[in-house]
Design a protein around this ligand. Sequence first.
Ligand code: NDP
Length: 286
Amino acid sequence: MAALINGKEIAQRVRESVRAETEDFKARTGVTPGLAVILVGDDPASKIYVGNKKKACIEAGFNSFEHILPASTTQEELIRLVERLNADPSVHGILCQLPLPKHLSSRDVIAAISPKKDVDAFHPQNVGKIMIGDYDFLPCTPAGVMELIHSAGISVEGKRCTVVGRSDIVGKPMAMLLLHENGTVTVCHSRTKNLAEECRSADILVAAVGKAKLITGDMIKEGAVVIDVGMNRDENGKLCGDVDFATAEPKASYITPVPGGVGPMTVAMLMKNTLTAAKLFAGEEK
Ligand code: NDP
């Protein structure tokens, strides 16, 4: 039977430490960290995520600035808002909630965000810095996964790590962070020939696909660490991961549940990045 890695508890600890550090930082510098979140359109899931981020900001002692724009917003209007936020000294972090409506280019919007305020770490400059291991921010979800792995006392060094999914925001940076910690990393995707075999070779398996219960127990090595990033709805509309928990759990040594695993870590790491951005703004070390 696997030990559960409790993301809810670990995220709460991270948020509490950010809150305490923020209190000191504000007293020391007179600067209140500020996070601006841009939401375009009315995607219901995005609205929930933005609401959670606002709540977390308030709890951390940050200023939270919400910019809710209609789905008809043009690229020029969105870029103009980003430029205004780039120049605003009370804003230290800027986040544009994805996905954007189809007529807008998320790539161009991300590139317009000042790299110093890019608390999602999606800007090409920050992506490059992560690649060479010299960065101010890490993307929140992969950073949250590493925090879960560390909290469970698991060492990545020398382990075979398989990441399923190669998106720019989860899979690719995830693979890079495992590589930085000396894992031997395989990245799988939709064209991978034998996914089951690639997964079965993993000591640490990270699933970031977006397909409910794609990874089943027979694809998991006895004693593997299984991290499930996926957030899907099952046939009954219940939230579930990319891993079939019921068959995977008896094989794994550690496993993250969905909900309550990686999900809460993403917001916690966003708070950490926003505090880092404010510290750098105030001329402090991160
Ligand atoms: P994307 O859709 O951008 O990427 C999915 C990746 O999975 C792609 O690389 C794709 O391959 C690969 N893939 C698709 N089907 C298969 C398959 N059958 N076998 C192997 N690989 C496959 O998704 P994201 O990376 O944005 O998100 C992944 C999941 O993580 C989603 O469920 C999302 O909701 C969740 N998520 C959770 C977060 C959290 O806070 N917990 C935060 C962000 C995401 P290819 O490149 O070839 O198309």
